[in-house]
Ligand binder design. Sequence first.
Ligand code: HEM
Length: 139
Amino acid sequence: MDNESLVLDKPRSPRRPAARRSNFELYSWLFMRISGLALVILVLGHLFIMNILDGGVHRLNFGFIAGRWSSPFWQFWDLAMLWLAQIHGGNGLRTIIDDYARKDTTRFWLKILLCVAMVVILFVGTLVIFTFDPNIPSS
Ligand code: HEM
């Protein structure tokens, strides 16, 4: 009897050699926790300032936003909120697609759609924050 036939697979042995596996899911798990914490401050702060403090939503108009975005601090706040919420939400949706899409092609196209939506929203949002012109001539 040759020795080869006596060798058993280890229980739960990895399908791929460990060296070839990436840590993407680990970093994505970590990112969800860290961005979630940052979003608590960014989103609750945003909600409080824009909707509750000092007259709340009634004082919001073009002039208010123009004043806010004249400050690099609020530009950075809104940029961080946009990027973190978009990537956090997008990565969360990626998990949901993986969980619920039954066919490989459905999963593939939903992820392509998600990716395109994320890139478009990040691009347009970032463009607005940095190219906002408070001096639009009134007609
Ligand atoms: C307010 C602060 C937030 C906190 C503390 C938070 C925290 C988290 C955490 C820890 C997860 C991972 C859950 C898991 O792995 O099982 C998660 C998932 C998710 N988050 Fe957030 N999040 C916040 C805001 C947001 C926002 C603003 C969005 C949308 C733009 C969002 C969309 C999602 C989605 C779609 C998932 C995936 C849910 C799933 O896997 O079933 N979250 N969140």
